[in-house]
Structure formats: C-alpha cells, structure tokens
Ligand binder design. Structure first.
Ligand code: SF4
Length: 279
C-alpha cells in the first residue's frame, strides 16, 4: 500500500474572486458524507498533511465539519487552508484556529490597483493585511504569490510587508497557463525563463537574512509533485485529463494513473515538513 504524505484537496471550485490567472474549472462539490469517505481513504494511507484549497475553500459549507472529522480520526494530521481571506470574520477565525495548523494567504503585490486589475478586487490587499494582524503568532502562516509579467517588478517589495508578521513560508509560483482563464491570458501574464531567474535572484537577495522559508515553484514541480484532489473526487494528469476518482478507485491505482512517483510525493512532503513548526 502506498503511503500518502501530503495532499492538496480542492474542496470546491466556487470562488468570490475573479483572478485572470485562475485555472479552476467549474465542478460540483461533493456532500460531506462523500468527502468523509475520501478522508477515510487518505487516513488509511497514512496521510500526514491535507491542504484545503479551491476555489475558495471557505465557500464549502461543511469545511469545518470535515476538518473536525479528520482531527477526530487522527489529531496528528496537519490541516492547512489556502484562502483569499475575504470571508474571514471573528467567528470563522476562531474555527480556523480550532482546527487548522497552517493558513495560507494570497498576496500578489503591494498595490491595491494590481489586485483590482487582475480580478482579486480592491479589498484584497487591505483584507489580507487585516487577516495577517488577526492571525499573527497564533497559527503557522504562509504567503503565496503568483509571478506574472504584470507584477514581476513589485514582487521583491512584498517581502517588506510580510516580514512585519510572523510568516513561516513565502512561496512564489511561476504563472502557469494550465486551463481556463490562465490559458486565455497567457500572453498578458507569461514570463520568460530569464525573467523568472532574475526574479529569483532579486528575491534571494532581499531575503538573505530572513527566517522565512522562501520557496519557488516552477512548471516542473507544479506538474509532477502535486497530489491534487478536485471537488468531485477526480485526479488529473499533467495534461489536465481525468485519470481516476478517489471515491470509486483505489488510492494505489490513482497514484499509478497519475504517473506521480511515490518517491517524488514522499520527497516533496519531507522537504516541506522539515520546516513545519507545530503550534
Ligand atoms: S486564483 Fe484562487 S482566489 Fe483567484 S479566482 Fe481562482 S480560485 Fe479564486
């Protein structure tokens, strides 16, 4: 039986932002009962970390019931949520702190205008800063940034903002025209290999003395190391074709169908876990 270390679970494709580089497609959500069955399978295969993403995972109504169920089955499983943060209020913040070990916020720029221009909206930046204040020091925090032709020069300055908070990781994704709007807007957002390497050099320069773990995510890692579950339980290969459904097929068959070697899944998970600080 293959062991699963780390899973990205896109629990819903619904979203309340409209990013022009988004690659989600529209798929119906599963019921809580069906998602509990998927969780059982992951737990059976020894999963150590589950990241709920989307879409916007807070739009899945039973997210906290599912998180509670997973923790009740195995409290050692690390739960992480990747959210645009717009729906967070005091009540939701309390639930996140009750059930989750990590929270990831998206931050693309130091400018309200940029977030507005790419479809995140003008509330995104102030709300992210408000959320950072609210969660600071209470949970492990990660920041995700999508590097595009439009924000590439501003990205190193994001560090000035996030270093004011107790952020554990900052991950910079190279824009990837995989599907949906991300594919339609390829010319507007794509950056060259040289531009990407230059960005990495600049970021490593400004973050040289930081305790924040800096990660870069290029096409290859994106395509070969993510074990991602879609809202209806399907898994897809590198070309976006559905290869199996985790609800009806065995996890071992799903891993085989994805051509996602156990070694790579394991390696990525270990690299990640070496930096995790428990609450
Ligand atoms: S990139 Fe994320 S926040 Fe933006 S529209 Fe897509 S799912 Fe929503």
């Amino acid at each position: 039986m293959n062991k699963i270390y780390s899973v990205c679970w896109n629990i819903t494709e619904k979203c309340n932002e409209f990013c022009e580089f988004c690659y989600r497609t529209i798929i119906d959500d599963l019921s809580l009962d069906k998602n509990k069955k998927i969780a059982d399978k992951l737990i059976e295969h020894g999963v150590e970390k589950i990241t709920f993403a989307g879409g916007e995972p807070l739009l899945y109504k039973e997210l906290f019931d599912l998180a509670k169920y997973i923790k009740s089955q195995n409290p050692n499983i690390l739960l992480s949520i990747t959210t645009n943060g717009l729906l967070i209020n005091d009540q939701i913040a309390t639930l996140i702190l009750d059930y989750f070990d990590w929270i990831t916020f998206d931050l693309e720029s130091t400018s309200i205008e940029y977030h507005k221009k790419v479809g995140r909206g003008e509330r995104h930046l102030p709300k992210t800063l408000e959320n950072l204040n609210q969660f600071n020091g209470k949970i492990n925090i990660k920041i995700n940034t999508v590097a595009t032709k439009q924000n590439i020069n501003d990205i190193p300055f994001i560090f000035n903002l996030i270093q004011m908070y107790n952020v554990q990781r900052w991950k910079i994704f190279r824009y990837y025209p995989i599907t949906y709007k991300a594919q339609d807007n390829e010319d507007y957002f794509s950056i060259t290999d040289e531009e990407y390497e230059e960005l990495k050099r600049k970021i490593l320069q400004v973050t040289v003395d930081t305790q924040i773990q800096i990660d870069f995510n290029d096409y290859e890692e994106f395509k070969t190391t993510y074990f991602s579950i879609f809202p209806n339980g399907t898994l897809k290969d590198n070309s976006g074709n559905v290869t199996c459904n985790i609800l009806s097929d065995s996890i071992d068959d799903c891993i085989k169908s994805l051509d996602l070697s156990h070694h790579i899944v394991r390696k990525r998970a270990f690299e990640k876990f070496t930096h995790i600080k428990q609450k």
